[in-house]
Design a protein around this ligand. Sequence first.
Ligand code: 5AD
Length: 460
Amino acid sequence: MPSVFIKTYGCQMNERDSEAVAAQLVAKGYSLAPNEWVADVVLLNTCSVRDQAEQKAIGKMGNLIGQSKKSGRAPIFGFLGCMAQSRGRELIDSLPEVDLVLGTQKFHRAAEYLDSLLHGRARKVVDVEEESGSQGTIREHLAAAEGRKAVSAFVSIMQGCNQHCTFCIVPDTRGPERSRTIPEVVAECEQLVEQGVREITLLGQIVTSFGRREYPAVDGRSGFVQLLDAVHLIPGLERIRFTSPHPKGYGRDLVEAYGRLPKLVEHAHLPVQSGSNRILKLMHRGYTRERFLELVQELRSVKPDMGVTTDIIVGFPGETEAEFQETVDLCESVQFDQVYLFKYSPRRGTPAAEMENPVAEEVIEDRHQRLLTIINDIAMRRYEALVGKTQEILVEGPSRRNPARYEGRTRSNKIVVFDGSERQKGQVLTLKIERVGSFTLYGDPAIVGLDEPLVEVQAA
Ligand code: 5AD
């Protein structure tokens, strides 16, 4: 059977889609190639959110094609996912060696199309059609297919987004909102927990809109909170995370859920995008700076240790220096634990790409640099504040930076590296934080578990 290598660009949703495709192919007998240079099938799962992301995948494909010609190999090449969806056939027009272009609603057809290509029944396949029910097809997990044990898993709960932020290409690449059912999601989570998973991250482009049509509010609880309640009941599951939510999806019910559901960890990724009300309006975000600040307060009053992270775009069309300063000011007042900072990139077909007064590239660059320094200083201080404190971590396995050590995550989503052992994988430990690196905490194993009360020996 052929070997496959899938390279993923972009977000966690893309990672999850690639995993589901890989698992399907493994189930059909494919092996996973160790790298792109030896594989019989090379698939690039792409991102469209900024132009740079698209250029990376196109450049990589050009490079792969060039190398394969030099070495006399002729693997099957495919583009999957968001850029495949938005560019379609055009990708084969510019790179004729590409065999497969598979959109975001068609991941589950990968095995069938590859089979046709490998057996000469098709010369090229482009499928970027809409498919009803496709939100339920991202469900196979690689760990299960390969018999590996995973501690943490992603579960896709919905696809698409109806928010239509003016800068964003996602409504085009992922289509309108479509949710899976609560029983389907719960069944997938239960299966994962049976296989040893301890932490589940519920995924979607706008998870707070989960089940908006299908699950009307019950006792003031939205469809998404009903889903959290249902997943929370699964015995053996230790932690629940989710991403990406929309700040306007944080009603009272969701804020309260953090206080009510002990498995729901203290982390909220709240993409603010800008600190200026005028820019937020132009972006079509649906909240104001004041409401955003109030939301952070509400969350911190329920859980004071809440890790708050965000996404920010600098250089949206028309952004003035004063409006940029409002974003700086918002970062200083919120004190985010981490900020994903983006330079505005015009996306075709989006309203913002047509707006007047684009910000000059060097101004965007300058604002990006200035804000980066500020947010990194703030984040460093947030991390340093944990030194000397104890943190509950879920051990995920060997550290990605230093495989001789182990790593886990705090409930607020910070990586902790410590001297651990395989036996601790999947365990929840309490560690004392000793020092801080770049977006990493170091815990002292000598103090593991010392927070728990010692067994008292009663004198006879
Ligand atoms: N330009 C720059 N950043 C963007 N993002 C989305 N669209 C664009 C764009 N056109 C950022 C937003 C979003 C994150 C995933 O990517 O901050 O939250």
